[in-house]
Design a protein around this ligand. Structure first.
Ligand SMILES: C[S@@+](CC[C@H](N)C(=O)[O-])C[C@H]1O[C@@H](n2cnc3c(N)ncnc32)[C@H](O)[C@@H]1O
Length: 572
C-alpha cells in the first residue's frame, strides 16, 4: 500500500509491505505469537498439526495457514535451480493458495527450534516454491528460487562457509525427508555412476546454490522489532528507556527483536548512517516513512542499525562490516561531520578554544580530502564539507582542518583540531574511564545512597574538565545522573541533568532525531513530577512532533505509553 500526503512544503510518503517469509526468534518462541508477533496471552492457541508454534488467537492460527498471492509469486522470480526436484500429484498439499509457512517443519523435530533462523528461512523459501509449483497431475521439474540479492559469499571466513555448507546439507536432507513420497529427483540428476546414488549427485550440484541462498538471507533479511516493557528480562534488547508520569517512578520500554523476515522490496533498501526514511513494524507489516524532504532522483536509504551520533565512523564501519559484510559508502561516511569529530573527543587545554582533541590522526591532503587513522590503522578517507555550508560549531571544533585549503596538514592524535594545542591523551583516557565507571555505578544499584550520588557528581565535574562539551561520554554521564536524581526524588536536579544531556545529544544527532524525542519523554515525566504542567505540555508537544515525523498516525500504536502520557500532561 502506498500513502502520500502533503505536509506544508514536505511530501510525506509511507509505504507498507507484508513480509514474504518470516521466522520468530528463538528467544521469543515462548512469549510472542508466531504469526503477529504480539506478546501472547495466558491461553495460547497451538498449531493443530504439530502443537509447536503458538498463537495469540484462533485468528492468527488460521492466518498462519497463509495465502500465497500471485504478486508474491512473480516477485520471487524463480529461474535457477536450487533444488531440481520433481513432484508428483500424491503430495499432501495439492496446488492451493493456502500455504502453512511451517507445514514442512511439522512432525518430528521442529526445525525452527534447532536450526539457525537464516537456514530455516531458506527452507521456507524452498518449501514455498515447491508448494506453489505443485502440478495437479503428473510430475514436473521444479525450479528453485533465484533471488536477485547480494550474498557476499567471498567475504565470509572459511569457518562460516563450512558451517553454511553443513547446514545446507542438513536442510536439503530435511526437505527431502518431508517430501519423500512426493518428490522425485529429475531425470537429469539420475546420472549413470557406479558408486553414487542420484540423490548424492544432486546434493553436490545444488549445494552451492543453497549455500548462496542462505548467505542471501543473512545479508538481506530484516529483524522485526517491537516495543515491550523491561520487566521481562534484558536479553536481546536495544535500550529505549523512559520514565512514566507517575511521580518519580521509572519504567522502561525497549525494542525487542522478535522475528527475522524477508521482504520483497523492503529488503532491497541500501543503508545510510543518516537515513532519510524510518522503518518500523506493525505486526508483520514493514512500514517505511520519509522523515525529510527527498529530492527527486536522490537515494532513499534506511538505517541497518549504526547511525551518526550513536557511533563514531570507525565503529559504524566495523559494525556494518561484521554484520552485513560491506564497507559503508553513505554520504555521512564520505564527508567529515561534526558528530564524528566530537563524539569521542577531549577538550582543548586552551580555555577559550572549542577545538576537539581526538584519538584519531587526521591527515588533510592538498586535494581537500582527510584521511583518518586510529591507532595506526587506516579508517577512512573523507571529503571536506562545503565551507559555505559549515556551521559555526563545526568551524570552532575543527578550524585547522577546515581552513588553509590547498596545504597538506597533519593533526596527530592528542592535538586540538582548531588551535593545535596538545594533551597527554593516554592519561586523559585513563582518567576519563575511571570517572565514567564511578558514574556508571549508579545504574547498578537499585537503592542509591547519598555517597554514590556525591561521588558521581564529583566524577562529572572531572569529566567536564577533560571531555569535549559535545562528547558522548558527557551526554551519557548527564543522563545517568538525571536518572539517579529522578529515582531518589530530586526532580529539580533530575531536570537540570536531563536538559544538559539533551543539549549534547542535539549536537551529536540533530534536533529532530528520534533519540531526542525519547529523551524529551524522560524530561516530560520529570516535569510532571515537579508539577510544571506548562513545561511538560510544551516538551511533550516537541517530542510528539518528532515522533509524528517517524511514525505518522501510528505513534500511539507503536509507542503505547504515549496515550497515557498525553492524558497525564493534559490533567496536570
Ligand atoms: C539489503 S542489500 C541492499 C540491496 C543491494 N544494494 C542490492 O543491489 O541488492 C544490502 C547490500 O547492499 C550494499 N549496500 C547497502 N548499503 C550500502 C552502503 N551504505 N554502502 C555500501 N554498500 C551498501 C551492500 O553490499 C549490502 O550488503
Amino acid at each position: 500500500m502506498k500513502v502520500s500526503m502533503k505536509l506544508g512544503h514536505q511530501t510525506v510518503i509511507a509505504r507498507i509491505e507484508i513480509c514474504l517469509l518470516q521466522i520468530i526468534m528463538k528467544s521469543s518462541r515462548e512469549t510472542h505469537c508466531h504469526f503477529c508477533f504480539s506478546e501472547t496471552p495466558a491461553d495460547v492457541v497451538f498449531c493443530p498439526s504439530c502443537t509447536i508454534p503458538i498463537y495469540c488467537s484462533k485468528r492468527c492460527q488460521e492466518q498462519s495457514a497463509g495465502h500465497i498471492s500471485r504478486d508474491e509469486d512473480t516477485n520471487l522470480g524463480y529461474s535457477t535451480n536450487v533444488a531440481n526436484l520433481s513432484i508428483t500429484s500424491s503430495c499432501k498439499s495439492p496446488r492451493s493458495k493456502l500455504f502453512a509457512e511451517h507445514r514442512h517443519e511439522c512432525g518430528g523435530a521442529h526445525w525452527a527450534a534447532v536450526l539457525p533462523a537464516d537456514v530455516v528461512l531458506a527452507g521456507r523459501i524452498i518449501a514455498h516454491s515447491i508448494v506453489k509449483r505443485m502440478p495437479s497431475g503428473k510430475s514436473f521439474a521444479f525450479s528453485g528460487p533465484n533471488l536477485d540479492l547480494v550474498h557476499h559469499y567471498d567475504q565470509h571466513s572459511p569457518a562460516n562457509k563450512l558451517e553454511s555448507h553443513i547446514y545446507a546439507i542438513v536442510l536439503l536432507l530435511c526437505l527431502q525427508n518431508h517430501y519423500r513420497s512426493d518428490l522425485l529427483w529429475t531425470e537429469d540428476s539420475l546420472s549413470q555412476t557406479r558408486n553414487q546414488t542420484s540423490l548424492e549427485l544432486k546434493l553436490q550440484s545444488d549445494m552451492p546454490k543453497l549455500v548462496l541462498l542462505i548467505f542471501q538471507i543473512k545479508v538481506n533479511s530484516i529483524a522485526i522489532v517491537c516495543m515491550r516493557s523491561m520487566d521481562r528480562g534484558p536479553e536481546h534488547t536495544i535500550n529505549r528507556g523512559f520514565y512514566v508520569a507517575e511521580g518519580a517512578k521509572m519504567c522502561s520500554v525497549e525494542q525487542v527483536r522478535v522475528a527475522q523476515a524477508l521482504y520483497v522490496s523492503g529488503s532491497l533498501f541500501n543503508h545510510s548512517c543518516q537515513p532519510n526514511v524510518h522503518a518500523y513494524f506493525l505486526s508483520r507489516a514493514f512500514v517505511l516513512r520519509t522523515t525529510e524532504f527527498i529530492k527527486s532522483g536522490s537515494p532513499v536509504e534506511l538505517s541497518y542499525g549504526p547511525q551518526v551520533g550513536e557511533m563514531h565512523i570507525s565503529e559504524r564501519q566495523k559494525s556494518l562490516q561484521e554484520n552485513y559484510y560491506f564497507s559503508c559508502q553513505c554520504s555521512s561516511c564520505s564527508e567529515l561531520n561534526l558528530s564524528d569529530l566530537v563524539m569521542n573527543s577531549f577538550c582543548c587545554p586552551q580555555s577559550n578554544c572549542l577545538g576537539a582533541i581526538s584519538e584519531s590522526t587526521y591527515y588533510r591532503s592538498k586535494e581537500n580530502f582527510v584521511n583518518v587513522s586510529l591507532g595506526g590503522s587506516y579508517v577512512c578517507k573523507l571529503s571536506l564539507p562545503d565551507v559555505s555550508k559549515v556551521d559555526m560549531d563545526m568551524e570552532n571544533v575543527a578550524k585547522s582542518l577546515l581552513q588553509n585549503s590547498g596545504v597538506s596538514l597533519n593533526i596527530d592524535h592528542g592535538c586540538c583540531m582548531s588551535c593545535r594545542s596538545c594533551i597527554d591523551l593516554s592519561s586523559a583516557l585513563a582518567t576519563s574511564h575511571r570517572e565514567e565507571s564511578t558514574i556508571d555505578r549508579l545504574k547498578k544499584h537499585t537503592f542509591l545512597d547519598k555517597t554514590l550520588i556525591t561521588e558521581a557528581l564529583q566524577s562529572l565535574k572531572q569529566l567536564k574538565k577533560l571531555r569535549h562539551p559535545y562528547s558522548k561520554a558527557l551526554a551519557q554521564a548527564e543522563d545517568t545522573i538525571a536518572e539517579a536524581f529522578a529515582k531518589v526524588g530530586d526532580q529539580e536536579l533530575a531536570r537540570k541533568h536531563c536538559e544538559a544531556s539533551i543539549q549534547i545529544l542535539e549536537k551529536l544527532y540533530h534536533p529532530k532525531h528520534i533519540i531526542i524525542a525519547h529523551e524529551l519523554i524522560k524530561l516530560v515525566s520529570i516535569l510532571l513530577s515537579l508539577g510544571d504542567g506548562a513545561s511538560a505540555a510544551a516538551t511533550f508537544a516537541q517530542a510528539e512532533a518528532i515522533f509524528s515525523l517517524y511514525y505518522g498516525s501510528h505513534v500511539e500504536k507503536v509507542l503505547t505509553y504515549m496515550g497515557a502520557l498525553k492524558k497525564a500532561v493534559i490533567d496536570v
